[in-house]
Design a binder for this molecule. Sequence first.
Ligand code: 5GP
Ligand code: ZN
Length: 135
Amino acid sequence: MECIFCAIVEGKIPSATVYEDEHVFAFMDIAPANPGHLLIIPKQHYRNIFDMPAEIGSKIMEVAVLLATAIREALNPDGLNLFQSNEAAAFQTVFHFHLHLIPRWEGDPLRLPWRPSEGNIEEISNIAAKIQEAL
Ligand code: 5GP
Ligand code: ZN
C-alpha cells in the first residue's frame, strides 16, 4: 500500500495545503488536536528521523519557524508546540516523517504525556557520556 503522505504530496489525496517548496510540504492535520494543527513533511519519503538526512531536517525546521510565525499572526495563540514521533513505541502512526505544529491556548484540553520528576544525576551523566561516545 502506498504511503498516505506521499499520496498527499503527489495530489492523489486532497489536503488543505499551507506551504510548498522544492523539498518541503505542509498541510492541515485531518484530526486536529487544536485549531490550526498542521504537519510539515519532506516531499521525499523518509520513514522517520532515523533515516532522514540532516539537511532535510534543517529545511523542515526553517519552514517550522516560518509557519509558527504565520500561525501566530493568523490565530493569535498563547503558545505553540512542536511534536514529532519516531516509531510506534513513540506514537508514530504514519511512517513518513512529519513534524506537528500545534497552536496552544491557556486552558485548552491538551496535557503533557508524562509527569516530570527529578532524575538521578549519576544516571543522567552516564547516559550523556554514552550518547557522546556514539556521535
Ligand atoms: P503521528 O501519530 O504519526 O505522529 O501523526 C500522524 C498524523 O497524521 C495524525 O495527527 C493524523 O491525524 C494525521 N493524518 C493521518 N492521515 C491523514 C490524512 O489523510 N490527511 C491529513 N491531513 N492528516 C492525516
Ligand atoms: Zn511517504
